[in-house]
Design a protein around this ligand. Structure first.
Ligand code: IPE
Ligand code: IPE
Ligand code: MG
Length: 240
């Protein structure tokens, strides 16, 4: 285990949890078994992040492009989602975790929408880690929905396009009230964003590990935090 004493703990960690399919394939199992195992890892990671003192953890659970997968795989993911939403209620209350979902939830079945609303409502007073789950989420989709809502507010006289700033625009995104991520972790070696948090990741430090998502653990998260501490964040300025 790495010694994190005197290290800066990133306030907001964003995760692209990738590699469930490959994890299963390596073991001769169906891809869906990888998703099952991956869900257990998400549960454990929430507890680890809460203990480590991370304030916001945002995980990419299902992208706007993941509907392209087979009906069987999407069906299993939806079933897992149903099951873990209920488990998360318990985990969130035990760990003082507030849960939020980003993405366009309108595409899900009504019982899933109801589950999401319940999870957010029943955990909203918790004061520890904010656990953000991106489902039916795409960065481009989020930006287009924000632009459409801004235009609507302009038409209705609630907003004024001559006063549009980055701050005003950000307040129309799903992540309003959530600070931008400090550290992005992607598992399983792929070096791309896959339409994740395109606006919010502007100055985020990126860490990619070959570890497949179901194998991710406290040690892997600590390695990412140690690496984060060796980075010099400049935000376009000059230091040193
Ligand atoms: C990530 O694992 C989980 C989701 C995208 C839902 P993958 O299913 O993408 O696993 P690989 O990339 O095929 O190994
Ligand atoms: C990104 O992983 C989406 C999630 C982790 C939910 P993908 O596996 O869908 O991304 P690509 O297709 O490899 O870019
Ligand atoms: Mg993948």
């Amino acid at each position: 285990m790495a010694d994190l004493t005197n290290m800066t703990i990133p306030r907001h960690v964003a995760l692209i949890l990738d590699g469930n399919g490959r994890w299963a394939k390596k073991r001769g199992l169906p891809r869906t078994m990888g998703h099952k195992e991956g869900c257990k890892t998400v549960e454990k990671t929430v507890e680890i992040a809460a203990r480590m003192g991370i304030d916001y953890l945002t995980v990419y659970g299902f992208s706007t492009e993941n509907w392209k997968r087979s009906v069987e795989e999407v069906g299993v993911l939806m079933q897992l989602f149903r099951y873990y939403m209920v488990r998360l209620l318990k985990i969130a209350s035990e760990n003082n975790v507030r849960v939020k979902m980003i993405g366009d939830r309108r595409r899900f079945d009504q019982d899933i929408i109801d589950g999401i609303n319940r999870l957010e409502k029943e955990t909203k007073e918790n004061t520890g880690l904010t656990f953000v789950i991106a489902v039916n989420y795409g960065g481009r989709d989020e930006i287009v929905r924000a632009a459409a809502n801004f235009c609507k507010d302009c038409r209705e006289g609630k907003a004024d396009e001559t006063h549009l700033t980055e701050e005003v625009f950000a307040s129309y995104l799903d992540t309003r009230d959530i600070p931008d991520p400090d550290l992005l972790i992607r598992t399983s070696g792929e070096i791309r964003l896959s339409n994740y948090l395109l606006w919010q990741l502007a100055y985020t430090e990126i860490y990619v590990t070959d570890c497949l998502w179901p194998d991710f653990n406290q040690e892997e998260l600590e390695k990412a935090v140690v690496q984060y501490n060796s980075r010099e964040r400049r935000f376009g300025g000059v230091t040193g």
